[in-house]
Each structure stands twice: as structure tokens, then as C-alpha cells.
Design a protein around this ligand. Structure first.
Ligand code: PLP
Length: 282
């Protein structure tokens, strides 16, 4: 069963030992160094690539160790994991002067109803895995963006709930650049038109495009998918179509292909294993 691991790990746990804290901090620093080197190697501006820590199967204590080491963006795959961790994460972030995800909208309103920035800044909270329609209401109070929108129907369902709540939800269009059947996302050929349709929906802000790299060893194949996604982003951003002006992000690159992704223009790399180590369960 997909979520069996939740039965034998307490994802809400907030306290981890010093060795584990150090291991995670070392992982974050290593990945930030790798990103800086990849930016330099491809002639890109320092800081143009953001690190999103992919936190599936990790508990609140492990995630806070990553935040303490410099992570400013986290991504969860499953609504159930968001439910298990959100309260602890929001509280621990607030103790450090950070707001987290969409909860920032509720957290930082002062007594006169004016919204204020958290003193030490904001931690972005993204959903990077599939979202069933009946779980949309569960995640909207917490995430500031959903990266895994692969069809107009999914986008419309999220948009309807956003309008009812009087909020704007960030979305990225997921594209299945590799064509692998195990992967979600729209067909590369339909990505541009779909992006225009999603961008026009009230309640959503189209912030960019996302893909999972091809599961192969061949550098050329992996890079071709990333390069195509960049082409789609460039076309959408230049189109002048309604709602496309913020479509800047390219969420691509994971532990094993982030160097290629940065070379092809990635603005967000989603990294789990290189920060936290191998996952003990899927
Ligand atoms: C798990 C996951 C990642 C991170 O993968 P690693 O290989 O552990 O770095 C990135 N993106 C998505 C959508 C994931 O599910």
C-alpha cells in the first residue's frame, strides 16, 4: 500500500538527534554548493536557481533541520503528509520568525487587519505530487503553489475552490517531457495551449512549468526534455496571453539530474535524497 510507511514513522515528530541534524545540514550545504557551481559553470547569475527540499517521508524535526541550514522552499507529495506535518511546521517556523506557505495569509495579520511580513521571511510550501479532487480543500490552507497540475480539468477544480475561498493559488503546469507512462503531466505538444487556458482561469496564478526528468542515463535525452520545457516557458512568457506574465519558473532537476537541469535553465531544483539521504520507504 502506497502510504504504509505512515504507519511506522511518526511524521509529526519534532525532535531528532544532533547527528541527524548535522547530517541534514551537511546535505543542504553540499547541495547549495553544487547549485552555485552549476550556476557558474553555465554562466548563470548566482542565486537564479532556488532549492526546494523534497520532504516526503521526512518528519517535522528533519524538515526544520533543513530550514535551519538554509532551505527556504519545501515540497510535499501527498496531502496526508501535509496534514500530518503542517501544524508542527507552522509552529516551529513561527518560533524562528518565518511564515510558512499559505498559512502566512492567516498568521501575519495584525490587530488592525493589515497583513505584515514575518520578521525573518517566508518559507514557500509547494505540493509536488498528484492531487485527487477530494483532497484539494485539505491542501489549500497550507500550500502556496501546486506544481503538479497536468490538465485543464484539474486546474478548473482548484480554481473553483480558490474562488470560493477568495484566494489566488499559484500553479505550475506539469509536463511529461520524457513520455514515460509511469509519469504524470500533460503531453509536451499540448503544453503551450494548456498553459494559456490555465493562465486565464480566475483564482489561479500560473507561475511556471514543472517536469520530472527522463529515467535514463543518457545526458542528451535528459537535457532534451528540460530544453523543451524551457522553450515552452519562453513562448508562454512572450505570448502576451492573459495571465501569462508571471509564468517564469522552470521546476526541473532532482538529486541525479540537477546539474543538467541548471544548465538548461531550471529556476527550481527539487532535491530530496542529496539532502536527507536515501528514503527508507517509498
Ligand atoms: C521525491 C521527488 C523529488 C526529489 O527526488 P530525489 O531523487 O530524492 O532528489 C523531486 N520531485 C518529485 C516530484 C518527487 O516526488
Amino acid at each position: 500500500m502506497m502510504t504504509a510507511y505512515m504507519d511506522h514513522k511518526d511524521l509529526a515528530n519534532e525532535v531528532i538527534n544532533e547527528d541527524r541534524i548535522k547530517e541534514i545540514a551537511d546535505g543542504v550545504h553540499r547541495v547549495l554548493d553544487d547549485i552555485a557551481q552549476a550556476e557558474a559553470a553555465s554562466g548563470r547569475e548566482t542565486g537564479s536557481v532556488k532549492l526546494l527540499a523534497a520532504t516526503k517521508t521526512r518528519d517535522v524535526g528533519e524538515i526544520m533541520a533543513a530550514i535551519d541550514a538554509g532551505v527556504r522552499m519545501i515540497g510535499e507529495n501527498r496531502p496526508q503528509e501535509i496534514s500530518a506535518k503542517a501544524e508542527g511546521l507552522i509552529r516551529r517556523c513561527a518560533q524562528r520568525g518565518f511564515s510558512l506557505g499559505a498559512a502566512a495569509n492567516a498568521q501575519n495579520v495584525n490587530s488592525s487587519g493589515v497583513s505584515q511580513a514575518a520578521p525573518n521571511g517566508h518559507i514557500s510550501f509547494h505540493l509536488i505530487g498528484q492531487l485527487q479532487s477530494n483532497k484539494i480543500g485539505k491542501v489549500l490552507p497550507y500550500v502556496d503553489a501546486i506544481e503538479s497540475v497536468g490538465s485543464l480539468e484539474e486546474a478548473q477544480k482548484i480554481a473553483r475552490r480558490a474562488v470560493v475561498r477568495n484566494i489566488v493559488v499559484g500553479v505550475l503546469l506539469e509536463v511529461n517531457e520524457s513520455g514515460e507512462v509511469s509519469k504524470s503531466g500533460c503531453e509536451p505538444e499540448e503544453a503551450t495551449d494548456l498553459a494559456y487556458q490555465i493562465a486565464a482561469l480566475e483564482g489561479l496564478s500560473l507561475q511556471g512549468l514543472m517536469t520530472v526528468g527522463a529515467h535514463v542515463d543518457d545526458e542528451g535525452t535528459i537535457r532534451a526534455g528540460f530544453a523543451h520545457l524551457r522553450g515552452v516557458r519562453d513562448a508562454v512568457l512572450a505570448s502576451g496571453e492573459p495571465g501569462t506574465a508571471e509564468c517564469r519558473e522552470l521546476s526541473m532537476g532532482m538529486t541525479h539530474d540537477m546539474g543538467y537541469a541548471v544548465a538548461e535553465g531550471s529556476t527550481i531544483v527539487r532535491v530530496g535524497t542529496a539532502i536527507f539521504g536515501e528514503r527508507a520507504f517509498v
